[in-house]
Design a protein around this ligand. Structure first.
Ligand code: GLP
Length: 241
């Protein structure tokens, strides 16, 4: 695993943006895997700046997001589709029909999971997957105990995850109890993985990710088995290594 220590959240965002630009330089038809949460927001801002400066175009790219809450439609401000539109898609030239997010309001969720896998395969699989890290070691919404070979599926969210994400919702009751997520096996098929971590509260999860044993109880530990992972973290997040 390639570990890059940076001094600040801003530097982490800058470095992550640079890796995405490198990928798009290699092929403007790249397939990017995208994440939500607070961590990648700075990276998205920088990508928009680079787009506005004329340094990058997304018009031939395809993106697949990791996950979505069950029951939330695209126009719900708490849905990950809304987040992506707001933080990135509305500000760049990525064609809407190639900006994929699992549909949390699909009538048949199992079918939506199968279709999502099919779309990823048809696009030629993910070239560069951006990941954040849950406090309990989840990647996407793959909670502890998820089989390491899992594909896109419906998950019951851990209470700890609902609690961590409740900051975005009006009340705890509004936080969905289920989500759709790319599986760990799906994520591991990406050619390159860029994991972003920031802040002291992630330090213990980062320690287990890098130095712990590979176990489904700590989903992110599986990244030790991937041959092209770059972990970009600020000093606080890497403080337990
Ligand atoms: C959320 C998302 C993950 C994200 C993680 C960390 O539950 N499903 O994709 O990486 O938690 O979020 P944050 O970056 O806000 O700490």
């Amino acid at each position: 695993m390639n570990i890059i220590e940076v001094k600040s959240y801003d530097k982490m965002s800058e470095k992550a943006c640079a890796l995405i630009l490198d990928q798009l330089k290699e092929s403007d038809k790249s397939v990017l895997g995208l994440a939500t949460g607070s961590t990648p927001e700075g990276m998205y801002q920088r990508l928009i700046e680079q787009f506005n400066a004329g340094n990058v175009s997304f018009k031939n790219a395809t993106t697949f997001n990791l996950d979505e809450y069950v029951g939330l439609a695209a126009d719900d401000p708490n849905s990950y589709k809304y987040y992506m539109n707001d933080k990135l898609f509305n500000h760049i030239d990525l064609p809407a029909e190639r900006a994929f997010v699992p549909r949390g309001d699909a009538a048949n969720l199992e079918q939506e999971c199968r279709d999502y896998e099919k779309r990823i395969a048809e696009a030629g699989y993910v070239d560069l997957q951006v990941l954040g890290l849950g406090l309990n070691g989840h990647i996407g919404f793959n909670e502890p105990g998820t089989p390491l070979n899992s594909r896109t599926h419906v998950v019951d969210l851990d209470e700890s995850t609902r609690h961590a994400n409740s900051r975005f919702f009006a009340t705890m009751d509004d936080v969905p109890s289920q989500a759709l997520t790319m599986g760990i096996g799906t994520i591991m098929e990406s050619r390159q993985i860029v994991m972003l971590v920031s802040g002291e509260k992630k330090a213990e999860a980062v320690r287990q990710l890098v130095n712990g044993k590979v176990t489904s109880e700590m989903p992110a530990s599986v990244l030790q088995n991937h041959e092209n992972v770059t972990l970009i973290g600020d000093t606080e997040a890497l403080s337990k290594l």
